[in-house]
Design a protein around this ligand. Sequence first.
Ligand code: C2O
Ligand code: CU
Ligand code: CU
Length: 484
Amino acid sequence: MKDLPMSHASPLSRRAVLAGLTALSAPALFRPRTAFAEAGRPFIQPPLNEGRFENGRRVFDLTVAPGLHEFRPDIATDTIGIDATFLGPILAARAGDRLRMNVGNRIGEPMTLHWHGLHLPAAADGGPHQEIAPGAVWSPEFDLMQKAGTFWFHGHQHERTGAHVWAGMAGVLRVTDEEEAALPLPRSHGEDDFTLVLQDRRFDADGQMPYAMNMHDRMAGMQGDVMLVNGQTSPVLEVDAPMIRLRIVNGANGTFYGLHFADNRTFHQIASDGGLLAAPIPMPGAILSPGERGEFLVDLSDGAAVMLRAETFGAEVAMMGTSGVHDVMEIRPRAARPAPALPERLADLPALPDATGEDRRFDLAMTGMGMMGDFTINGMGYDHSRIDFAVPLGATETWTWTNTTPMLHPIHIHDVQFRILSRNGQPPADHEAGLKDTVLIRPQETVALRLSFTDYADPVLPYMYHCHILEHEDAGMMGQFTVV
Ligand code: C2O
Ligand code: CU
Ligand code: CU
């Protein structure tokens, strides 16, 4: 299988990406890729799983096991799935629920399952310290303390995160609450509300997708040339609604997606990682980094079919440019009809909390310019037995990140939904002003975050902070902190 076509660099987009613009250039380099995909299969979503109720708890039973998935008709690809042949269900829960997760490991090697974006006790986090032995079942229990939003879960085994997620070990958690339910927004799952896990994969001549990293993958993260939506290529979504909501998860290992519509229609972002924004933000395009989520409203009142596209690029976009524009999904409305007005206001975002605790600095660097990709935070690689620092319970801190590498790094912090204080000294753009758990840090940027550490302390078990390019994480661009 050939590598990504690096020669198709787009200087315009590169500039847009690096300048932090959300307006992507017109896709001048559009090259349809239909060699792999059979276009036109109906869009599918993973099944919605509302769990079962037991003693006042919402219980989810999840079995992680090897699968055989047909990305292409009649070709079975070895995968890992969660109650499925690839990826997992969409778990549906309400804010305030007491959750119990029964996670069974049938993959024949140690694994973990991490609840990305959730505020919970470290022991329930599912990071690299909550290893599940082959054949065992892990059953954390915790309160769902989020606002309505789109969260996800994925493997996080020490040095195996990239391999496990690549194989399919990920799923979505869809959280509802009363604040969101009171707003006039599309929310009928499968009718006007759709969840899309975006990924890309590379297949070999036998239709397999081995996790075989070449030198470039180690540096930039694993990328593929086949776009997947919920494990499916080139889906077509037929809708019977004038306005739809797309909940989009960037579930890629190392690929950034510059999302836009082929007819350049404006769409509205209504939520970031941790829930609703203050108001709908009109966007000509949206960049989602690995790990990030966004919810978007799309006006289909003209009744015209439209293609959702993604300009794809890797961490090394500053040097290499983007790798192309992919068709993601065609949307076909059944009819033209007037769309409802957008709500003017969404959530009351709390004012940025004042800092009460430490200012911490995090310097993202690459050592040795080695081709083996030595990524460090504050000069150190990850050490499973080293806790980097302890945060006092109740503290609100400022964490300032600088990136001296020539690469993009989407930084993710466990346990918290944080706020972006500034990006290069400027306040964040509107679509980044809400609740975040993953933030893109471009080369030469300095990004300051404000984070509050509440409710849960543990003297021993840590939370992680890391680059969400999974190959960077596995290569050691990760640290750990406790809340005490
Ligand atoms: Cu989504 Cu520590 O990961
Ligand atoms: Cu996480
Ligand atoms: Cu990185």
